[in-house]
Design a protein. Structure first.
Length: 97
């Protein structure tokens, strides 16, 4: 799957069945369901799970919580827009699949 294909899947009512839970979380986020995305990522105790978690709290506007999760992801708070970070996260998760 490519980033373009993943973005195209946002037109459907359900996420693609053949993607990781973290990509599913990012799909729900893009569809405006922050709560579902958060529920998924908070159960995944990996650096990538922490990264998605951090991104979601950054998007929420909770910078303190976002900082905590970026540290767990071993990453710095990015200077790019939320849309750019979404693309970066999704692209890297696709590449790792």
């Amino acid at each position: 799957m490519t980033l373009t294909e993943f973005r195209s899947s946002l037109q459907f009512d359900a996420p693609p069945v053949n993607v990781s839970p973290l990509l599913t979380a990012m799909w729900y986020d893009a569809r405006g369901n922050w709560k579902k995305a958060h529920e998924i990522c908070q159960e995944i105790d990996t650096p990538d799970g922490a990264w998605v978690h951090a991104y979601l709290h950054r998007k929420e506007g909770d910078q303190s919580n976002a900082s905590y999760w970026y540290r767990h992801a071993r990453a710095k708070i990015p200077s790019v827009s939320l849309d750019e970070e979404w693309n970066i996260i999704v692209s890297q998760l696709i590449d790792r699949a």
